[in-house]
Design a binder for this molecule. Structure first.
Ligand code: ADE
Ligand code: ZN
Length: 332
């Protein structure tokens, strides 16, 4: 089964590049920039990855990003992710980054974008991984700050498939960012948003109705609203689900409790992704394997998840058709 899942072409659609920062690279970059870390070594830092909820993770995640200072750092971070994703059979990656996390520390947007973009272009050549880039706004900051972040990224908009929304969900509903997302859509950008991870199903409805999102990131709490589940099936709205993340952040106690299989059987277009793999103990293949074992998924289920990942991507139709044919050939 592991070989089958690895061999099936997969798209990863929910990956925060800052969340792929492995402790080894954190220490390398801290040394390079003369930064003193709160932890004495790699093992101690990794041992701190024990979270009680989304906020307890975000506190560490934002602190960790502080070692990313120059273009080469963002390049190294992105290249390490692509190498790892390639090993897992990822053929297409749609990558989130958080511009405000860096610009607030005085790192120019051009530095962040330049390093990530250079690695993606090189990675496509070396690993054959196609890509899309999606800047996210931090929802714990104000809508005015998000609007300023949008203005700053607009000169680069041809490089972005969409804009997204992440960070602390509870108390920061999608409606707070309606004007920012409207502006982004007027500029020709698609939209996605984290919703229904910790927040209520109403946030998923708001993301659909007010932010006009093409996909929901997480979305697992949709199940609490049967009419919403019906709508997600009817409109075939993709959910970018992150199973190991949900367990690490205590959305579910155990992988066996996850609702991915129920949603899949119900006809929701669910996909499997790694979110912040360095912090949550697994890259995309680990996530596929965790749900396969924990929820007793069949080969047909796994092939459907791979198919969903391609269909839910922002690839053009011809590329989607080529990958879907390959999945069908392998799954036959
Ligand atoms: N930023 C990085 N990972 C996130 C997650 N799982 N939810 C919200 N914001 C995030
Ligand atoms: Zn996320």
């Amino acid at each position: 089964m592991e070989n089958f899942i690895r061999a099936v072409p997969k798209a990863e659609l929910h990956l925060h590049i800052e969340g792929s920062l492995e402790p080894e690279l954190t220490f390398d970059l801290a040394r390079k920039h003369g930064v003193t870390l709160k932890y004495p070594n790699v093992a101690a830092l990794r041992a701190a990855y024990d979270f009680s909820d989304l906020q307890s993770f975000l506190d560490l995640y934002y602190a960790g990003a502080d070692v990313l200072r120059d273009e080469d750092d963002f390049h190294a971070l992105t290249t390490a992710y692509l190498r790892r994703a390639h090993d897992d059979g990822v053929v297409h990656a749609e990558i989130f980054f958080d511009p405000q996390t860096h610009t607030a520390r005085g790192i120019p947007f051009a530095t962040v974008f330049g390093g990530i973009h250079r690695a993606l272009v090189e990675g496509e050549r070396e690993f054959g991984i196609s890509w899309r880039l999606i800047p996210n706004f931090l929802r714990h900051l104000s809508a005015d700050e998000a609007m300023r972040a949008l203005e700053e990224l607009l000169p680069y908009k041809r490089h972005f498939a969409a804009v997204g929304l992440d960070s602390s969900e509870r108390g920061h509903p999608p409606s707070k960012f309606a004007a920012v997302f409207e502006r982004a859509r007027k500029e020709g950008l698609r939209t996605v948003a984290h919703a229904g991870e910790e927040g209520p199903p109403e946030y998923i409805v708001e993301a659909l109705d007010l932010l006009k999102v093409s996909r929901i990131d997480h979305g697992v709490r949709c199940e609490e609203d049967p009419a919403l589940v019906e709508r997600l099936v009817r409109e075939q709205v993709p959910l970018t689900v992150c199973p190991l993340s949900n367990v690490k952040l205590c959305v579910y106690k155990r992988i066996e409790d996850h609702n991915l299989k129920r949603l899949l059987d119900r006809g929701v277009k669910v996909t499997v992704n790694s979110d912040d793999p360095s912090y949550f103990g697994g890259y995309v293949l680990d996530n596929y394997l965790a749900v396969q074992r924990g929820l007793n998924l069949s080969r047909a289920d796994m092939a459907q998840l791979a198919r969903n990942s391609i269909e839910a991507s922002f690839l053009d139709d011809a590329s989607k058709g080529r990958w879907l044919a390959k999945i069908d050939a392998i799954a036959a």
